[in-house]
Design a protein around this ligand. Structure first.
Ligand code: PEP
Ligand code: MG
Length: 572
């Protein structure tokens, strides 16, 4: 019989397929396990602890990045448990007594959990579930059920949570949808699903147990509904919607080969924002003209130490090569703010967004900065690379960064490593200070890229990650629009190109305004490229100029948004 479960849709789209439940029960996998000698079991355990620790740090930092403090705290607690010396000693004793590592882990975790079960304090009692979770995480790593076995049929995956290491192997043409009991709406698993356009509904809680393998399920990422065993009418209705979406995706893929030009033949470059070389597949598929923002701090997250020069060089080179003749803009690390790095040992700050962040860290940690600059300069020998500095507020910072670039070149020359010296150096305009003094800054650098995510939060004094004030956060606020307009003019007066790589660049409502202001490049998440391109191709320059003039006379962000909705729809 049909049953509808309600959660939160976090990746839009509709998926229909039979369910594959990813069980937290590891008993079946245990049967396949071949135990080795005591020494081998002990070393397998050590490896599993190491991998689990790395996974948990990654999960914690991914949660931190998006302000999900509670989720980050849970991951932190799990990390502490995985590395608990008492638990480790208990597991080791069991292995010495002849248990295989997975059984030893499960038994020790159960004993530990039973202790929590018996506690009077309800908070501590709840920790029993965490210990069992940690035991299963280690066991799954030990028995090698770390990867999902896919058959040939499409599936909807259902689980309490899916670790990013499991999600990374999801084939996008086969996984039609994902249903999760819990999981932060912006975890790395969700980010992976988003980049592969796999619809996701999360937050089903215990209702997830109502879903069993083999059921037919519809995942509606728009409404957050999961329809189990749908009626024939419901199924037909959703099949029609899914077909319309598939047609839309096909259209997008056709648009990918078109150029982003207005009806008057004005060209806007559309590039991709990426966080790792893996994101290049989607970028190329959507027809990105290079990379407008490589958030180079992502490879620094989820580790115990920063990547060395060779590791960074390999990542930058891979992306530069895939960009071909197009520009690949590598932003130097934007650590701090919402992306803390525990191994940098930065003192806890009252106000991290206003503290040691981005260029401020780079300029005070020469060893980190120069290593990164050397890796970028070396990668530049393999493509068309530019360096971009985040969070700039003064010309002095650009000059200081330039000195480090020179020093990096001197070191590379001494070391006899190949590199390109003539690499453009640009800055992000993401502080009101930089926007206001854009004219002065334009003489110091080769390009501007406007980071609206921060520019909006700093201009409006509205935390970009705080849901309590999210209704005040809008890139259509007149103050923001006027700053952007001024930055484009300042850049062009000094003959440098001006791009945008904040979320506003991927907002199709903003596309006519930004094109009319004269932005040369818009860089966005790859899936947004075809839609923005379509909007740009719909109008001539005069139409867009008129809507810009009108928008700049309005006093309220919501009125500007409504004006743009009408404008964009009128030509549909
Ligand atoms: C921005 O601030 O708009 C930007 C692109 O940088 P990030 O989102 O990484 O802070
Ligand atoms: Mg920013």
């Amino acid at each position: 019989m049909e049953e509808i479960l309600y959660g939160t849709g976090v990746v839009l789209g509709i998926g229909i397929a039979t369910v594959k439940v990813l069980s937290s029960d590891v008993t079946d996998d245990l049967k396949q396990y071949e135990a080795g000698t005591q020494v081998l079991e002990a070393s397998r355990l050590a490896n599993a602890i190491q991998t689990a620790s790395a996974d948990l740090i990654q999960l914690k930092e991914a949660a931190w990045v998006v302000g999900q403090q509670k989720q980050a705290d849970i991951m932190d607690a799990h990390y502490t448990m995985v590395n608990d010396p008492e638990l480790a000693a208990n597991i080791a004793t069991k292995i010495e007594q002849g248990s295989a590592a997975p059984q030893a882990v499960l038994a020790a975790a159960e004993e530990f959990a039973a202790l929590f079960d018996s506690m009077a304090d309800s908070y501590l009692r709840e920790r029993a579930a965490d210990v069992r979770d940690v035991g299963r995480r280690l066991t799954r790593l030990l028995v090698g059920s770390g990867q999902i076995q896919y058959g040939f049929e499409p599936v909807v995956l259902s689980a309490q949570e899916i670790e990013p290491s499991l999600a990374a192997g999801m084939p996008e043409d086969q996984v039609r949808g994902i249903v999760l009991g819990r999981g932060s709406t912006t975890s790395h698993t969700i980010i992976i699903a988003k980049s592969r356009s796999i619809p996701v509904v999360t937050g089903l809680g215990d209702a997830i147990s109502r879903i069993t393998s083999g059921m037919l399920a519809i995942v509606d990422g728009h409404t957050g509904q999961v329809i189990l065993n749908p009626t024939p009418e419901h199924l037909a209705e959703y099949q029609e919607k899914a077909a319309a979406e598939a047609a839309r995706k096909y259209q997008d893929s056709q648009v990918a080969t078109l150029v982003a030009v207005t009806k008057s033949n004005t060209k806007v470059q559309l590039a991709a924002n990426i966080g790792s070389p893996a994101d290049m597949t989607a970028a190329i598929k959507q027809g990105a003209e290079g990379v407008g923002l490589f958030r180079s701090e992502f490879p620094f997250l989820g580790r115990d130490a920063s990547p060395n020069e060779e590791e960074q060089f390999a990542a930058y080179k891979a992306v530069a090569e895939q960009c071909g003749q197009h520009l690949c803009v590598i932003r130097t690390m934007d650590i701090g703010g919402d992306k803390p790095l525990h191994y940098l040992n930065i003192n806890k700050e009252e106000n991290p967004f206003l503290g040691l962040r981005a260029i401020r860290i780079s300029l005070t940690r020469p060893e980190l900065f120069i290593t990164q600059l050397k890796a970028i300069l070396r990668a530049a020998a393999y493509g068309n690379v530019a360096i971009m500095l985040p969070m700039i507020i003064s010309a002095a910072e650009i000059a200081a960064a330039r000195r480090f670039v020179n020093q990096a070149q001197v070191e590379l020359t001494k070391e006899g490593k190949a590199f390109r010296a003539a690499v453009p150096l640009g800055i992000m305009i993401e502080t009101p200070a930089a926007a206001v003094i854009a004219r002065e800054l334009a003489t110091e650098c080769d390009f501007f890229s406007i980071g609206t995510n921060d520019l909006v939060q700093y201009t409006l004094a509205v935390d970009r990650g705080n849901p309590a004030v999210s209704s005040l956060y809008s890139h259509f606020h007149p103050a923001v629009l006027r700053l952007i307009d001024g930055v484009v003019k300042a850049g062009h007066e000094h003959k440098i190109w001006v791009g945008m790589c904040g979320e506003m660049a991927g907002d199709l409502l903003a596309a006519p305004l930004l094109t009319a202001m004269g932005l040369d490049k818009l860089s966005m998440n790859a899936p947004a490229i075809p839609r923005v391109k379509e909007v740009i191709r719909r109008f001539d320059d005069e139409q867009m100029r008129q809507v810009l003039v009108k928008a700049l006379t309005l006093k309220d962000a919501n009125d500007i948004r409504s004006l743009l909705i009408d404008f964009v729809q009128q030509a549909e």
